[in-house]
Design a protein. Structure first.
Length: 286
């Protein structure tokens, strides 16, 4: 029988010690790996029982581009007006004074919930007759006021005034100062139809510290459906650029009411908002 020498005992002890050391290293490695294992995050659950409070500087949604449709020349009859009264969205309608149906047209517009304007006749450069109740060049302040007060009594209460024709009068700074002063006294706005590029109304209004509206597009210079859709598209481009657009059409445009009603759902779906001039002036920085 072979006897174990001292060297054999040492080798056996070393083997056992090595085995124990390796076992400890493996065990320690397992513990280390487990300590660095990342647990998957729990899914986030929103509390829908209450609104989330805004934190820090709140981000406002960009405002929807605003469209204003103004329909001029009401008062000659009622049958041309009726389709516009049925329009499903906001609409501003301007009534001429001194015509057979001026007062009744104004009543129907108010009853339909549409915005009502006095479509104030003013002298044009070309000399075309502007209609009854007009302001002419050379009238003094008192004459202008008397005419406008009479027209407002017939059509009012109104939200504002815009000019019918008027390329000569709107160039006259003195006349426009009288007109804008009367608008301020009555708490109504003035919409410049911009029948001339040389209008003095914006400069006079700025000097007086008065906010006025200005027409961007005429909708029915060509009274065909395709052309009117093109004019609306032009208005949409202006609204995208500056936040709003004021577009003017006329009751006598036979295709206009149906065209606007047809376009209305599409405009809303595309993110445009229809409003009135008074609301625009209250809510919008010009």
């Amino acid at each position: 029988m072979k006897r174990f020498t001292a060297n054999d005992r040492i080798r056996a002890i070393l083997v056992v010690a090595l085995f124990i050391s390796l076992s400890l290293c493996i065990f320690a490695g397992i513990l280390l790996i487990r300590s660095f294992t990342i647990s998957p995050p729990e899914p986030a659950v929103l509390d829908t029982s209450k609104e989330l409070a805004p934190t820090g500087g709140t981000m406002e949604q960009p405002p929807e581009p605003i469209l204003i449709f103004v329909i001029d020349d009401a008062g000659n009859n009622l049958w041309e007006l009726e389709p516009f009264l049925r329009f499903p969205g906001p609409l501003s309608i301007a009534v001429l004074p001194g015509l057979p149906y001026s007062a009744e047209a104004a009543e129907r517009i108010r009853a339909a919930g549409k915005e009502l304007l006095l479509h104030q006749p003013m002298e044009a450069i070309g000399g075309e007759y502007p209609g009854p109740g007009a302001i002419y060049e050379g009238m003094d302040q008192e004459e202008i006021r008397t005419i406008m007060e009479r027209n407002l009594a017939e059509i009012g209460p109104v939200a504002g005034i815009n000019n019918h024709q008027g390329s000569k009068i709107t160039q006259d700074g003195t006349a426009m100062e009288t007109i804008l002063a009367l608008c301020r006294e009555h708490g109504i706005y003035f919409l410049d139809s911009r029948t001339t590029a040389d209008t003095a109304a914006p400069a006079v209004a700025k000097r007086m510290g008065i906010k006025i509206g200005e027409r961007d597009v005429f909708l029915d210079n060509i009274q065909e459906k395709a052309a009117m859709i093109g004019y609306v598209q032009e208005g949409l481009q202006k609204a995208e650029q500056k936040g709003f657009a004021i577009m003017i059409g006329h009751t006598w445009s036979t295709e206009l009411a149906a065209t606007l009603e047809e376009l209305y759902p599409e405009l809303i779906e595309q993110g445009y908002s229809l409003s009135t001039i008074a609301r625009l002036m209250m809510d919008h920085s010009w």
